[in-house]
Design a protein around this ligand. Structure first.
Ligand code: ADE
Ligand code: ZN
Length: 326
């Protein structure tokens, strides 16, 4: 078995997937029709043709528009279920799903519809596919901290349905320090803490995520390569980085997959993992990310095993589930 075949077959955890980013154009059109929501594109093909991004913001504008078709618990369930079927095909055995409630509550969708729909799909994935999963509620960083506090308040009646909080959306100009107080509150509540940092933003945002937000994982973190002290800190603490190679190419964070720093991260002893981010928009789910990255960076079988091991180490599963997975 070569490294690519091994990458396909090995059991792995996905820790950086925005469930709204798994909405395929076909499902966007089906849900738009079911719910009577108008779309700005006349066809699936026209929508897909618009997926030519120049940076993070150019993607987010289309991603938020796509999410406007989600109204009912069944819609959230159907979106997540479609993702779980893809995950199963890629030998993903555990996944921690990000969701963006503010994208939905701002349109009048009740928090209950979002969480109950997603949570139902998670339970079904466990019983029908044997995939364990958990939900992570993300605050949109282009909105205010006050809005994040209100979102947390609205989600607390469903506290048993999510394990942690994250921070996503437009990074530059919205540093982690903007959310220090709401993350402190989440820490008091016993929630797990993660944040996007160092995707388009500087290494300073990664330091802030660590020192001010006290995150347990950093999402992306490719900017770390610009700061040798930060690299040493990440290696020393084994702070996990949920890296998304195809996303970084599509959003022009790196010019070419062959320039991606993933191999350098592994060689420096970082707990780097491979993830799909927004697979419906970036051209591939977990195995596409693994296959193309193995090929472009000439990763070895040992690198592949290390990446799968890292994904389990970086996950928030119980010790018992951890030993079942690897
Ligand atoms: N929301 C969905 N995908 C994202 C990404 N790659 N970066 C920041 N926010 C996001
Ligand atoms: Zn992301």
């Amino acid at each position: 078995m070569n490294a690519i075949e091994l990458a396909r077959a090995i059991p792995k955890a996905e820790l950086h997937i925005h469930i709204e980013g798994s909405l395929e154009p076909e499902l966007i059109f089906a849900l738009a029709q079911r719910n009577g929501v108008p779309l700005a594109y006349p066809s699936v093909e026209a929508l897909r043709a618009a997926y030519a991004f120049t940076d993070l913001q150019s993607f987010l504008d289309i991603y938020y528009a796509g999410a406007s078709v989600l109204l009912k618990p069944q819609d959230f369930h159907d979106m997540a279920w479609a993702y779980f079927l893809r995950a199963k095909a890629d030998n993903v055995v555990h996944t921690e799903l990000f969701f963006d409630p503010q994208t939905h509550t701002a349109r009048g969708v009740p928090m209950a519809s979002v969480i109950e729909g997603l949570s139902g799909a998670c339970k079904r994935a466990e019983s029908e596919l044997g995939i364990s999963s958990a939900l992570i509620l993300c605050f949109l960083r282009h909105l205010s901290e006050e809005d994040a506090f209100a979102t947390l308040e609205a989600a607390l009646p469903y506290r048993g349905h999510f394990i942690g909080v994250g921070l996503d959306s437009s990074e530059v100009g919205h540093p982690p320090e903007k959310f220090e107080r709401v993350f402190a509150r989440c820490r008091e509540l016993g929630l797990k803490l993660v944040a996007h940092a160092g995707e388009e933003g500087p290494p300073e945002y990664m330091w802030q995520a660590i020192d001010l937000l006290k995150v347990q994982r950093i999402d992306h973190g490719v900017a770390a390569l610009q700061d040798p002290l930060l690299m040493a800190e990440l290696a020393h603490t084994r702070m996990p980085l949920t890296v998304c190679p195809l996303s970084n190419v599509k959003l022009c964070v790196v010019k070419d997959l062959r320039d991606h720093p993933l191999k350098k991260m592994l060689d420096a002893g970082l707990c780097a993992t491979v993830n799909s981010d927004d697979p419906a928009y970036f051209g591939g789910y977990m195995n596409a990310n693994f296959e193309q990255t193995v090929q472009a960076l000439d990763l070895s079988r040992e690198d592949v095993v290390q990446l799968a091991r890292n994904s389990v180490e970086a996950s928030f599963v119980s010790e018992q589930r951890r030993s079942e997975m690897f």
